[in-house]
Each structure stands twice: as structure tokens, then as C-alpha cells.
Design a protein around this ligand. Structure first.
Ligand SMILES: [Fe+2]
Length: 250
């Protein structure tokens, strides 16, 4: 489920720390309400390092699909960049953010500097729930997702890719558009799963929650899929989000 942390001052940081420790386990996503009123992005970095025992993973792919290093990556609505899902205002299907790395950062933080006037809700589908639903409804597909190896890559240089089954134990590695689908068996499995997830979005299995300006969505990327509903925006900057990725230290 999605937990909500309503702490709105620095006196209750322990409550946020406890909620983030839970979030690391991946059984729930977490929304820290008004996170950007409590701390700046720089201050959150210090908190993640010192209080939650995380290490930053600054690897991000830019619009040219080349690797860049940034602690926080800004996702600003801009109709000039509307061709990329990330920067568009259309619905973003369920996916993982780091599926293309064999050693992905587990924790993802999405801090909303500005939410759109309407829409832009986050969608969340937990792996435990996916496994439960597939077991009940699509056993064969589940078996394929657990046993068919695929290659997921975004890197234009070809250096970084993840060769994996889409579901591995209680983890998931899913990005439909970045999975190589040259093989007809793989293509069919990916198309079937894509459609399955799309249909699930309108059922209670997928949770939908709208973060407001200053809120921060936190989750373990290997333990759930996330997406976004369409939103209304006209001008550049009508929605501004900052994203950061962190490894869980053992
Ligand atoms: Fe994402």
C-alpha cells in the first residue's frame, strides 16, 4: 500500500526515518507530505546518507540516452520535450526506473516542486500483489516472466544493460519500451504483460494517489511498478519534479 507520513516539522524526523526504513523493505511506497517544506533537496541528501543508511547512485540517462551523473534530476513539463514519456503530460504506463542496470539503485525519491493543476496522480502496483494476481489469473504468463531471460537497455553506447528474467524472486525489472523484443517469444510475453498491466490500472490492485506540491514519493524500485496518470499543463514548468536514486547499504 501507499503509506502517508504527515510529519510537517523537523521535530518529528524520527517518524520519517522509521517510515523510510519500512519503505526500504519494499512492501509499501511512502509519501512524505510537505517534504520540501521540511528540508531542501541538499538537506534530504544528508538525511538519506546519515539517518537512512543510503548511498547515492548518480547514474541517469539524458534525452540522448547517454549516461550523466546527477544527484537530483529535474523532470520539468515542457511541450518541446513532449516526445519523451518522462517529460510529457500523457499517462505513463507502469514501469521500473532502473530496470536497465544489473546493479540498480533500489530507492527512488520523487520530490514535487510543483504539481499540475489537475491530474498527474501516481500509480503503484506492488510485486507481492502482481505475483498474487498472476498466480490467480495468468499462471502461464507468470511462469514465462519468471523463466524467460530478456535484455533491458537504454544506453546509446551499449555499455549498460540488464540481462534478467522480468520477475526474479520478489523483484521486478520492467520497462516495456526498453526491453529488446527481436525474439517473437519475448515480444509476445512483453506485449501480453503490457496489456495485462494496462487492464489492471483500473482495478483495486493498482493504487492511485495524487501527490501535491512539496510532497515526496519514495519507493523501492525493485519491489513495485509505478506510473503516472495524464495531467493538464500548457506552459513549461507547469509540473516540476526532482528525482534521485539511492542504494541500500547492507
Ligand atoms: Fe518512473
Amino acid at each position: 500500500m501507499i503509506n502517508i507520513c504527515n510529519t510537517d516539522n523537523k521535530n518529528n524526523l524520527n517518524e520519517i526515518k522509521i517510515a523510510l526504513e519500512q519503505c526500504k523493505l519494499g512492501n509499501d511506497a511512502l509519501i512524505i507530505k510537505n517534504a520540501l517544506k521540511i528540508f531542501t533537496l541538499k538537506e534530504w541528501e544528508v538525511f538519506f546518507k546519515n539517518k537512512v543508511n543510503l548511498s547515492n547512485d548518480s547514474r541517469q540517462f539524458n534525452l540522448q540516452n547517454l549516461l550523466e551523473e546527477e544527484t537530483w534530476w529535474s523532470i520539468i513539463y515542457d511541450k518541446k520535450r513532449d516526445f519523451a514519456y518522462t517529460h510529457s503530460k500523457t499517462r505513463q504506463p507502469l514501469h521500473n526506473d532502473n530496470a536497465w542496470f544489473p546493479d540498480p539503485a533500489e530507492m527512488v525519491f520523487l520530490a514535487l516542486e510543483k504539481q499540475a493543476g489537475s491530474g498527474g496522480e501516481s500509480t503503484i502496483y506492488l510485486v507481492d500483489r502482481i505475483l498474487h494476481d498472476l498466480e490467480k489469473e495468468e499462471k502461464e504468463l507468470l511462469n514465462d516472466l519468471q523463466n524467460t531471460e530478456v535484455t533491458i537497455t537504454k544506453d546509446a553506447s551499449g555499455k549498460y544493460f540488464n540481462k534478467t528474467t522480468i520477475i526474479r524472486g520478489n523483484m521486478i525489472f520492467w520497462n516495456y519500451y526498453r526491453t529488446i523484443k527481436n525474439d517473437s517469444v519475448i515480444k509476445s510475453m512483453c506485449d501480453t504483460f503490457f496489456k495485462y498491466l494496462e487492464n489492471k490500472e483500473s482495478t483495486p490492485s493498482v493504487e492511485v494517489h495524487r501527490c501535491e506540491t512539496y510532497d515526496m514519493l519514495c519507493f523501492n524500485d525493485t519491489r513495485l511498478l509505478h506510473g503516472r496518470l495524464a495531467f493538464n499543463a500548457k506552459n513549461k514548468g507547469d509540473r516540476i519534479m526532482h528525482q534521485s536514486m539511492w542504494h541500500i547499504n547492507e
